[in-house]
Design a protein around this ligand. Sequence first.
Ligand SMILES: [Zn+2]
Length: 439
Amino acid sequence: MENVDLIINARWLVPVDQANQVLEHHSVVINDGRIVDLIPQQQATEKYHAALSHDFEQHCVMPGLINSHTHSPMSLFRGLADDLPLMTWLNEHIWPAEKRFVSDAFVEAGSELAIAEMLRGGTTCFNDMYFFPEATARVAEQSGIRACIGMIVIDFPTNWASSVADYFHKGQQLHDHYRLHPRITTAYAPHAPYTVSDEPLSSLIMNAEELDIPIHMHIHETAGEVSQSVEQFGIRPLERLKDLGLLSPRLNAVHMTQLTEQEIEWCAESGVNVTHCPESNLKLASGFCPVAQLNAQGINVAIGTDGAASNNDLDMFAEMKQTALLAKAVAQDASAVPAHTALEMATINGAKTLGIDDITGSLEIGKAADLIAVDLSNVETQPIYDVVSQLVYATGRDSVTDVWVDGKHLLNNRQLTTLNPAQIIHNSQLWAEKIRQAD
Ligand SMILES: [Zn+2]
C-alpha cells in the first residue's frame, strides 16, 4: 500500500484528456498537490492508503474551469452602467469611475469579490488584466486560486502608473516578485490596439520573448475599433499588429469579433490563441466571434467572461453554454461546437493560452490537482444520458460543491475555506455606497 494525501472517488470522471471520455466509478489519487493516479475505485482501495478520502456518489469530477479573460476588480462596477454600447460605456461611465476610485484597496476588494464568485462557480484559474495588478496577485495568492496576472500597458496615465515607462517598471516588479511562484504567473497585457501605440508594443514583444510569457490583449472587439484604425493608420488593427511582430503563439487575442478570411489565415499560420467572450460581446452588441471557423482552421480558442461590469457575472458554466449555442447560430450549423468542444475550450484550451497546459487544464497523471466536483443528482440535471452534454447544456454553477487547486480544498460543500464571504460582501457594499454617491 502506497501512502497518499487524498483520494477522490467519483461516480463520473471527465478528465478532458481525449474527446468525450467519461470514466465511471473512478478515483483521482492526489499527493503533494499533484495527480498521481486515475484508476477504477476498486483498484485505488487496493493500491493506496489515503490520509483523506471523499466519496462523490452522484457527482461528476472534472478539471476546474479556466477563465481566459477577465478584469476581476471590475466586479465592484457590476450593474453600474448597463445597456450601453462599448465606447459610451467606457468613456462616460467606466473610465471616469476608474479615475476617481481605482486604488490598491479598491482592487483588493474587487478581486476578493471576483475570486470568491469564481471559486464558487468552479473556476480554478483566471487570466486578469487591470490596474494595481499586485493587489489582485496578492488576493489570488492568499485565496489559493491559480492566476495569470496581466502587466497592463496603456498609453495614458492612470491612478496606477504615470507613464509608459512607469507601466513597464511596475509590471517588471510584479513579474520579478512572482517569478518562481507555483500558482501565480504573469503576462504582458497591452490594453488594446487603440490605446497602445507602436513603440510600447515593440518593446513588450521583446520583453515577453525574453521572459517567456504570454501577451494578453483585446483585439477587434468592435467594428468601430477596426474603422478607427483604418482612418488613423490606413490598415486594420490586426495587420498593424502583424507588422509589429505581435502575431505568435504567445498572443491571447481577446474578442476577435471582426475577422476577414485573410486575418483568420494569419492567426492560424502564426499560432495565435483567441479568447472568446460570448456574453460580453452579446451585452455590448460588439459582434460575433466566428468560433466554428477558427476551430476548423486549428486555432486554439479559449473562453472568458470579461469583467463583471460587462457580463454581469463570472459564470464559466453559462459561458460554455453560450459558446456552444452562439457558434451554432453564427455558423448556421447545429453541429458547430459540440458539448465536448465547449468543455475543452473552458479547460485545456485556456491552459494552452496561458502557457500552463503542462500543469493544469485536464486531469492527467503529473498535473496539478485543480479539479471540481459537480452534483448531478438534482432535478435540473436529470435524467443523465450523456454527462458531458449535461455539464454544458443543463448544469448551473451552483451545482459545483467542491473545488481543489493544487490539491487544496478551497470550496468544501459550497463553503469557501480561504475567503470570508460576509466580509467580502460588506466591503463591496461600502465601495458601492461611495461609487453610487459620485455617479
Ligand atoms: Zn476585457
